[in-house]
Design a protein around this ligand. Structure first.
Ligand code: NAP
Length: 288
């Protein structure tokens, strides 16, 4: 079986590539010829860009399944729709799309709303489509390593309504099943973790793991947006993420019991716990 992973040099894609090894012949689409040379052994690099029509017309030929990741940007919906046309015209049997939990409930958030037309196009395409809808990733916390270690601060403004964050390795495990079997064809699956996490609770978990006080930076989105602009995040993205965190703070993004039962059934194990991820990272940062 031949599988193409778009976004295969990124957070989810690279974990999916790892999990696919030994189960499929894997190729990764990257815009960067240098990254194409540095992929794991046995993985083929294909250079292209989802905004390039030449790529769309050629890159999907010869694959059985495509894992489709589009990154957050003002062209995200267009990239997803272009890719789907390329996938269909190339005769690929199955597409597994990385969307986001509750995309249609929070369609006003630009990077949630961008995924809705792509999901609709998959459902209308006649392809064997699988839509994976993850919650916020545990692995986002690598961005906060310096804040945690140097300042004892947890800065992600998760609020107190509860966010059922998920381990990217559970996303990858579900993606492998979706890409290499017909078990999930036609399904939309929420990918969630077992705990509805809050900002304060998250800081406490880090504090325990690091053995020192960790303070939650709080819910003030004006200062959060300013700080992100100062770090060079483009204004469109800083605003988009601000809107998302305001949504998390007012509504939360929680798993239902059914979500957790369904995911446990698909994975064959309970979704990984956040505290275990944090302990693992704290140990790695201490030793490494
Ligand atoms: N972070 C979260 O908590 C979270 C939660 C739910 C859903 N999501 C969704 O997950 C997706 C992002 O996944 P991720 O974090 O794994 O991605 P990522 O790490 O940001 O990057 C994925 C890769 O996509 C490639 N890429 C970017 N633009 C491209 C283009 N025009 N054509 C071809 N390749 C391109 C880049 O690779 P090269 O540089 O090698 O080209 C990049 O490394 C987004 O749709 C986001 O909304 C994220």
């Amino acid at each position: 079986m031949r599988v193409l992973v778009t976004g295969g040099t990124g957070t989810v894609g690279s974990t999916v590539v790892k999990a696919l090894q030994g189960k499929a012949e894997v190729s990764v689409l990257t815009r960067d010829p240098e990254k194409a040379k540095r992929l794991p052994q046995g993985v083929k690099g294909v250079v292209g860009n989802l905004l390039d029509i030449g790529t769309i017309r050629s890159v999907f030929k010869g694959y059985d399944s495509v894992f489709l990741v589009t990154v957050v940007s003002p062209t995200e919906a267009t990239e997803g729709l272009l890719a789907l046309n390329g996938i269909r015209d190339a005769g690929v049997k199955r597409v597994v799309y990385l969307s986001v939990q509750d995309a249609e409930r929070a369609v006003h958030l630009p990077h949630f709303g961008s995924k809705v037309p792509v999901e609709m196009a998959i459902q209308a395409s006649g392809l064997a489509g699988v839509i994976l809808r993850p919650n916020n990733f545990y692995q986002n916390d690598v961005w906060y390593q310096q804040a945690l270690l140097n300042y004892g601060v947890y800065p992600q403004p998760l609020g107190s309504a509860g966010v059922s964050r998920v381990d990217v390795r559970d996303i990858a495990d579900a993606a492998v099943i979706a890409l290499t079997t017909s078990k999930l064809d036609g399904q939309t699956l929420n990918l969630v973790g077992p705990d509805a996490l809050t900002g304060l609770g998250t800081a406490e978990i880090w504090s325990k793991a690091l053995g020192k006080p960790v303070k939650y930076a709080g819910d003030d989105m004006d200062s959060w947006e300013k700080q992100n602009l100062a770090y060079g995040i483009p204004p469109v993205l800083a605003y988009d993420f601000r809107l998302m965190y305001e949504w998390f703070q007012t509504k939360g993004l929680k798993a239902s019991k059914e979500d957790l039962a369904e995911l446990t059934n698909v994975l064959g194990h309970a979704p990984r716990k956040y505290a275990d991820y944090v302990n693992e990272m704290a140990k790695a940062w201490k030793t490494g």
